[in-house]
Design a protein around this ligand. Sequence first.
Ligand code: HEM
Length: 527
Amino acid sequence: MAFIILPTLWTLYLVALFILYAGYSAISQRYFHPLSKVPGPFLWSISNLPIWYHQVVRGGRLLQHLPELHEKYGPVLRISPTEVHISDPSNYDKIYNVGTRFIKDSDFYTRMEGPVATPILLTILSLDEHRFRRKMITPFFSRQSVLDVEDMVWAKANKLCDIIASKLYTNPTNIPFPAHKAVRAVAVDVITEYAYARCWNFLDHDPDYGDWYPEAIHSVQTLFPWFQAFPWTIPLFRAIPYWGKVAIFPAYKRWDVSLKAVQVAVREVRRELANRIKPPRRTIIHELIEPLASAFSEGDGLRDDGKTKKQLTDQDVFADAVNTNGAGTETTGATEERALFEVLWNPVVYRAVTKEVREAFRDAGDMRLVELEKLPWLTGIIKEALRLNPGVPGRLPRVVPPGGATFNGVYLPPGTTVSMSAWDMHHDPITFPNPTVFDPTRWIGPEDEVRARERYLVAFSRGSRGCVGQNLVMCELYCSLAAIFHRFDDLAVAPGFGPEDMEMTELVLGYHPRDNGGRRFRIVRKT
Ligand code: HEM
């Protein structure tokens, strides 16, 4: 008998102990924590579970929920025991600026290294280490470097148009064309050619256009809220053997193949450099292994022979190269998808932009980026797509530096995690009246008004941690969209698809979740 009662008693003791501990921890987090005065819902202030719930159970819908909480609790909101989220746009420059002392939050960023287990440019915390790594590739992504390969981007854009023409105009049944997949294929083809000089040619992969790759990236991203809420899941994930990972995420198998392709590229470039073989064009791998001395200034850690004192390992180079690919695919693809959808959905805008590009360039072959950037409708469409569809729409957590900081009259002590989101910035009704409406004319008008509004367009974030790829993104968006609008004035959104299918969710990257339910953006020729 005793052996039955004893375990029961022990169980009771343990449960009671757990309840006492949980109660103590909840009360101290809520009432005796330095953030106890910051408004926010009770459950959120004592645990990470609400964030996990909105990101995992509700599939990345924290983005949609935070504005509702701000409505109730005000612009400074406690969303976890240690994190405060801010919605008032006037605070953005305080946190995200060039010389910022607000470093990235380790609980958010370092845990994203889970799958590659190596710090990447995006996740490095130390300001000095980041400055060094960023300088290595800044020239590679400069405006001039992008202009140098503009013809390559045009080639991909025109290839997309040829495919659309062959699918919709030589096809009497007008079967909807999967624009959703094809625009992402353009993004992959551009970035793999640009970054590695080894194009993956997804546009040739009819009919899926390599959609396994964005899907694999999405699979990996679904892990992040787990890693962030429960750090013990990171070693657990790493311990799962390859076949187990494939069983959980079927897309992992081909993602692994894509990783191996980058590893091979790193080895090949190392060999080229060791044998002093001059490449036709330097890749990001060259920059990471042997950056140009001109990228650095004195005191940046250069040796007498002009080379950097610090060498990255192959694993560092590999991780940053993979990150570039991942960072540049869904972000750019989804933004282009948004722009194309909105234009085809709004006949007035469609007519205006086709007229604009055709009048500016009689021959499509004469189009050049620097000229396209002067076109008001095309520019307004791209900015609106970035506003309603920022590639990284959610919170970008930073740590309050020594001395603390005050936001809307609320003091946050040093060490507090503070975050803001492009989503809230872009839906601020004062800066953007009727914020949910796609209206390119917001960006056409008196220059000072447009410039004032631009300060609140933060799709690429700002400052030293802002997007390094933005010149390439803009080139890609301008060229691809101009090529489509110049060539086709009778495309339409396929029946059965509408604005509700463009709902946005966020798992660091932004997603259109209906993609997973099979309701993808497809286009047809107007009949
Ligand atoms: C529409 C397209 C894109 C958008 C909206 C976007 C947005 C962003 C944002 C908001 C950040 C800052 C993230 C943070 O603070 O944690 C970022 C960082 C970054 N992006 Fe992009 N991105 C886009 C495309 C690209 C492309 C095409 C590339 C690569 C060629 C790229 C490479 C990176 C990298 C490497 C970082 C980390 C920079 C650093 O920490 O120094 N992105 N991006």
